[in-house]
Design a protein around this ligand. Structure first.
Ligand code: SF4
Ligand code: SF4
Length: 135
């Protein structure tokens, strides 16, 4: 969404461009058009353009919105026990590359359970001699 918006009343007078203290507005004229542009990174949201516009064309309410822009959507990996989302597929790939191994995805609730079960299974599979050391 664009935060700086003007309505149909804008007639391109350039009062806003000429009075912006941050050089956040510019106008470019071609043979056929005048294009008004706004740069959010420069804008101080001071409201000067809004106050000065003789046409009341600047819809400043959008500049005051505290909205969130979606940056990226990532696919999730789910807990192998309960199906709750755990982390992203890309994060899992990064972890595997760093650790050189890939384990079953488990949520924090089931991580300990799975570790305990794996330990018990491991210990059960070992003979008493192995557990106790040399005969
Ligand atoms: S001051 Fe208002 S009418 Fe003039 S160019 Fe800016 S937005 Fe349009
Ligand atoms: S809010 Fe202030 S800084 Fe931003 S475009 Fe308007 S006059 Fe310029």
């Amino acid at each position: 969404m664009r935060y700086f918006q003007v309505n149909d009343q804008c007639n391109g007078c350039l009062a806003c461009v000429q009075n912006c203290p941050a050089n956040a507005l510019r106008a470019e004229d071609s043979t056929a058009n005048r294009v008004l542009s706004h740069n959010m990174a420069r804008c101080a949201r001071c409201g000067n353009c809004y106050r000065i516009c003789p046409q009341k064309a600047i819809e400043f309410q959008f500049m005051l919105e505290n909205g969130w822009d979606e940056v990226k959507t990532l696919e999730m990996v789910y807990c192998s026990v309960c199906g709750d989302p755990v982390y992203t597929v890309d994060y899992r790939r990064t972890l595997s590359e760093k650790l050189g191994t890939q384990s079953e995805p488990t949520c924090s609730k089931h991580r300990d359970e799975v570790t305990r079960a794996a330990k018990a299974h491991f210990l059960k599979g070992r003979s008493p001699n192995m557990r106790g050391g040399a005969i």
